[in-house]
Design a protein. Structure first.
Length: 366
């Protein structure tokens, strides 16, 4: 293998691909990324067997070949080449020599034959704007559980509902739902569960994509194929809770406030929250009172009143302030609506005039 390639393009894909590589006691090859030069292209591949990616970059190929290099050291070296414009890669026996802007590294390589392939899911497919997928994933992925005790809760649930794609995630303490108008769907597909940790990687992969992505939904796998990109993730085999049954349909209290005011008030108040991140909400439409308060035996207490347009009954309840803060970046409207069904009942958060995003937060007991 002997290749010349743009340093910036190589760095971008190697940094993202190397995130998937790591220590694997039974398969050491998974700590590497595979470089394959062929027909004017350099293909960069990485996988942890749960999710895999393959990037294809234009390159000047003088000699075809393939080599697996340690992901961490190769990525770090390329990233620290500074203002270098081009990089040359040359495979010699058990080494890969990397040259750029006066710097040279001779990196130990591993055999390429043992490196896993990246399969493409077989099943229904449809075209999607990468911005659509990003909007859906970003709006909900933070609400999923981090552990693996209940894989279906450590996932983003995606399904097709008429002319909408629906993204949902929950850890049983809060739930986020994002609906996106999607008329391009040519084929319906069964609901799928994508592992949360893989969704985080898919977000990074999609961030710089500008052209439509073809999405393949297969048995146990999901693939995204774009210009120079193929990513395949494992899907969770399980059933997502019927969350629509727990979404409140009637409300006794509503408070509408500017998102900017709410964020400022949260920053002030939560400085004094306890180790459970408890935030107290006190709303009284008749008194035109809307307060956030927090109390800590170590630091003291804080109360912050903010202007809000309110209707309905007085309300008091306690919530985890981190759960409330987490969702606000997904609210695209300038104003936020808090809706309550009664004291110490769940809180429903949404943007004013934007029914596409709903966020449910369970109350905390004092």
């Amino acid at each position: 293998m002997k290749v010349e390639i743009s340093k910036d393009k190589l760095q971008g894909v190697v940094n993202k691909a190397s995130r998937l590589a790591g220590k694997h006691l039974s398969l050491p090859i998974l700590s590497h990324i595979l470089l394959t030069a062929k027909r004017g292209e350099l293909v960069v591949r990485a996988t942890n067997l749960d999710i895999g990616v393959e990037y294809t970059l234009p390159a000047k190929v003088e000699q075809e070949g393939a080599a697996a290099v340690p992901a961490g050291v190769f990525s770090a070296f390329i990233s620290n080449l500074g203002s270098a414009r081009g990089v040359s890669l040359e495979e010699t026996k058990e080494k890969v020599t990397v040259r750029a802007a006066g710097a040279t590294a001779v990196i130990n390589r591993a055999g390429s034959d043992d490196f896993p392939t990246i399969p493409k899911a077989e099943g229904p497919s449809f075209l999607a704007d990468p911005r659509t997928l990003l909007k859906g994933f970003r709006a909900v992925h933070y609400a999923g559980a981090l552990g693996n005790l209940k894989p279906e809760l450590s996932s983003v649930y995606v399904y097709h509902d008429g002319e909408e794609l629906v993204f949902v995630a929950t850890d049983s303490f809060r739930l986020a739902e994002k609906r996106i108008s999607f008329k391009k769907t040519a084929a319906s597909f069964q609901p799928i569960l994508i592992p949360i940790k893989n969704v985080a990687e898919l977000i990074r992969m999609l961030e710089e994509e500008t052209e439509d992505i073809r999405v393949f939904v297969g048995k146990g796998q999901l693939s995204l194929e774009g210009s120079g990109l193929l990513a395949t993730t494992r899907l969770v085999d399980g059933s997502f809770p019927d969350y629509r049954q727990i979404m409140p349909k009637e409300f006794k209290t509503e408070a509408v406030m500017l998102k900017e005011d709410l964020l400022a008030s949260l920053k002030l108040t939560t400085l004094f929250s306890d180790r459970f991140n408890q935030l107290h909400i006190n709303a009284d439409p008749k008194k035109k009172l809307f307060e956030l308060s927090a109390k800590s035996g170590e630091f003291g207490e804080s109360v912050s009143a903010l202007p809000a347009a309110q209707t309905g009954e007085a309300f008091k309840g306690n919530f985890n302030h981190r759960y409330i803060s987490d969702c606000l970046s997904a609210v695209s409207a300038d104003s936020v609506a808090f809706r309550f069904s009664g004291d110490n009942r769940p809180l429903l958060v949404g943007g004013v005039g934007d029914p596409s995003f709903r966020y449910l937060v369970m109350p905390m007991n004092r």
